[in-house]
Write a protein that binds this ligand. Structure first.
Ligand code: SAM
Ligand code: SF4
Ligand code: SF4
Length: 340
């Protein structure tokens, strides 16, 4: 157990501050950049239920991470709301004293009523993914004909439930939705949302990523600044992935996540647990350490702490700083599996 201000450090001096927990590898969308239909179809072997960590196992692991200095927990997937009774897990995590933040990343496709029970269970922050306001563009990207209006309703209800500012993630792919950059900025030009433009990444190895498809954050900024006055803001904390800007007219904040063109591995304090309980120390990892085997093999909390410490203290990951056209073809774990 570390003191509250201490944290475990890896070989590059990076703390273990942030844990992303994938609660399922399933999703009701087939976003072309994440779970392309040709691969994630009827023949795809999703994890059987018995292989998923139970809520008790997740909460136990989260407690061990928190005892090692982790302060932020994010539930993700796949689509985390596909996991039944997610509120029960949130309530279990909310009991961890030293966890300062419990956040959710969702595609916002469920009944907006749900945001209230998530809030009541102890969820603190809401991130919603939305790639365009144009139905034709959004539907081509989610590839299941899901309409924009329902995601907007989720965002509005989240604000009403007290989650403001709600983060809105837009993955930008050249020639697909870059025409939506400005309409999105105009729509979310308000203080209760933070629109974050995310460079399209070569996560996994099934999305056919090419550098030409990436719209660099610097270009996104130029295109926005042609229309609105944006000034840079200081990061909220060390290791924040988004470069922050504020519209000086309206006070609205936007973020740019330049994972491809301006990598931020130097400050990366994030670990990930896949839905089947593997610990990954990089979004672009090829393999992970099997914590579920330890959990189900009767490991004590000290054993788990030792295993996690051993992995983190050897960590040298900095994939995005080393990315080349060749590394894009490595057999990396899919984002829907490892958790975005
Ligand atoms: N299903 C939830 C959702 O879409 O918000 C949570 C999981 S999703 C994998 C988490 C985030 O990763 C989403 O904001 C999504 O847009 C982003 N993402 C997925 N594939 C990506 C890619 N190839 N490049 C950049 N971001 C990606
Ligand atoms: Fe599903 Fe999210 Fe991946 Fe889209 S980005 S396919 S909503 S997990
Ligand atoms: Fe962190 Fe890996 Fe992304 Fe670098 S590439 S910021 S080490 S997750």
């Amino acid at each position: 157990m570390l003191n509250p201000d201490e944290t475990l450090e890896d070989l590059l001096g990076r703390g273990l501050r942030d844990l992303r927990i994938s609660v399922t590898d399933r999703c009701n969308f087939r976003c072309t950049y994440c779970m392309p239909k040709e691969v994630f179809n009827r023949d795809h072997a999703f994890l059987p239920h018995a292989e998923l960590l139970t809520f008790e196992e997740i909460a136990r692991l989260a407690a061990v991470f928190v005892s090692l200095g982790t302060r932020k927990l994010r539930l993700t997937g796949g689509e985390p709301l596909m996991r039944r009774d997610l509120e029960t897990l949130i309530a279990m995590l909310a009991e961890l004293d030293r966890a300062e933040d419990i956040a959710l990343t969702t595609n916002g496709s469920f009944s907006p009523e749900r945001v209230h029970s998530l809030r009541a269970a102890g969820l603190r922050r809401m991130t919603v993914s939305l790639d365009s306001l144009d139905d034709a563009v959004f539907m081509a990207m989610n590839d299941v004909q899901f309409p924009v209006i329902q995601v907007l309703a989720w965002i509005e209800e989240s604000i009403a439930a007290g989650f403001a500012p709600v983060k809105v993630n837009m993955v930008v792919k050249r020639g697909v939705n870059d025409d939506s950059l400005l309409p999105m900025a105009r729509h979310f030009n308000r203080p209760d949302t933070i629109l974050r433009y995310i460079e399209y990444m070569d996560v996994g190895h099934t999305n056919g990523w090419r550098m030409d498809d990436v719209v660099p954050a610097a270009e996104i900024l130029r295109r926005l600044q042609a229309e609105m006055p944006l000034e840079p803001l200081d990061p909220n904390y060390r290791g924040e992935v988004a470069q922050r800007y504020r519209n000086t007219d309206t006070g609205a904040e936007i973020g740019l996540v330049a994972s491809v063109t301006q990598p931020f591995c130097g400050d990366c304090s994030r670990a990930r647990i896949s839905a089947d309980g593997k610990l990954f120390t990089c979004l672009f990892a090829i393999g992970g350490a099997d914590l579920k085997a330890l959990l189900r093999g009767g490991a004590s909390d000290d054993d788990l702490r030792a295993a996690i410490t051993g992995v983190w203290q050897k960590r040298i990951d900095r994939y995005s700083e080393l990315r080349t056209a060749q590394t894009a073809d490595l057999p990396k774990v899919e984002m829907s599996f490892i958790g975005g």
